[in-house]
Design a protein around this ligand. Structure first.
Ligand code: UT7
Length: 321
């Protein structure tokens, strides 16, 4: 049996940091409210770097960590909702930057679940023998689609990029992935305008994130609870088999609810939301890279990745690291 095994991770954050105190100057909010309701203390905000700029750094670090060179990569799957251009895809722009030629490269748009979706697609390419060494990216410059006058959303998001290299291996790696979506909830979380209206509304400043946060919160907690059950059942595993939860970093209260459901101590949960905010598709690979590089995550441990986001989309991956 062929598995997709993680052989390298990398990440990159823009240098510029925006604290909760900085946000107090922009909107009617307080550091205390943001910490208590979200767990966020600061976030990195690009001062001109694009999604692909961030992704390139993360990708090079992941490829280096794998001991490979960019030319070894035979598939690029790039998750983002904030692509540099309408086309070419961010995957193709990155491919040219890395001086890779000829292999398939494409974007995936599943908002905050984008990385789990990309991992799921990459896993299937490896399992079917189509690809051997896959670069999977989650990268976003969400700050570009934020209404900086809306305190309900502008305090939540940050910019960043994370990447993994997957290699076909006889040793176990990704055990299963589970992805879902339900388009009926568009009104709760969306950027309401774009190409459809010829960019007229975007030019008028309306191309920004709209969210009914409280309603999203409740559905996210329930749905993530269900995906955890689905993932364990599919692998005939129990809660105690999981060594690390590497969740999408939207809100510390959502993360804690999932940890409680798994009866996991917060010591077994990789948390970056305090430092990064919600970086959408980038949040899981950023967290994964942090815990791999600081030695918390060790070879052979069982990792559960899970995400919920706009669409709605949601998903999980169970990995023997
Ligand atoms: O990653 C993709 C999926 N996204 C998510 O998972 C996000 C899910 N939602 C959330 O994380 C939370 O709902 C928020 C952090 C967005 C909001 O927290 P909440 O506890 O659900 O607050 P709320 O929306 O129910 O608002 C409570 C109060 C309201 O005031 P009133 O009506 O009680 O007087 C808001 O106007 O807090 C007010 N409020 C704020 N106050 C200070 C909302 N935003 C702020 C703010 N600072 N930034």
């Amino acid at each position: 049996m062929t598995y997709a095994r993680i052989v390298g991770t990398g990440s990159y954050l823009p240098e510029n940091v925006m604290t909760n105190q900085d946000l107090e100057k922009l909107v009617d909010t307080t550091d205390q409210w943001i910490r208590e309701r979200t767990g966020i203390e600061r976030r990195h905000i690009s001062t001109g770097e694009t999604t692909v700029d961030l992704a390139e750094q993360a990708a090079r670090r992941a490829i280096d960590a794998a001991g490979l060179s960019p030319r070894d990569i035979d598939l690029i799957v790039f998750a983002t909702s904030t692509p540099d251009k309408i086309f070419p895809s961010s995957a193709c722009i990155l491919q040219a930057r890395l001086d890779i030629h000829g292999c398939p490269a494409f974007d995936i748009q599943a908002v905050c679940s984008g990385f789990v979706y990309a991992l799921s697609v990459a896993d299937k390419f490896i399992k079917t023998g189509s690809s051997k060494k896959v670069l999977v990216i989650g990268a976003e410059v969400f700050s570009k689609i934020i209404n900086w006058q809306d305190r309900g959303t502008c305090i939540l998001f940050g910019d960043g990029a994370g990447a993994v290299v997957l290699e076909a291996s006889e040793e176990t790696g990704i055990l299963s992935t589970h992805i879902h979506s339900d388009g009926q909830y568009e009104d709760l979380l969306r950027v309401p305008y774009g190409i459809g209206d010829g960019f007229d509304q975007v030019r008028a400043g309306k191309g920004t994130v709209e969210m009914k946060g409280n309603e999203v919160f409740k559905i996210a907690v329930n749905t993530l609870g269900q995906i955890v059950d689905e993932t364990l059942l599919a692998n005939n595993m129990t809660k105690t088999d999981i060594d690390w939860l590497v969740p999408h970093q939207a809100n510390i209260r959502i993360i804690k609810a999932t940890a409680r459901k798994l009866r996991m101590s917060m010591d077994q949960v990789v948390v970056t939301v305090n430092e990064h905010g919600n970086t959408s598709a980038a949040s899981i690979p950023l967290a994964l890279d942090a815990a791999v590089r600081d030695g918390r995550i060790q070879r052979d441990q069982i990792l559960l990745l899970e995400a919920f986001g706009g669409g709605f989309t949601w998903g999980s991956a169970l990995i023997r690291y």
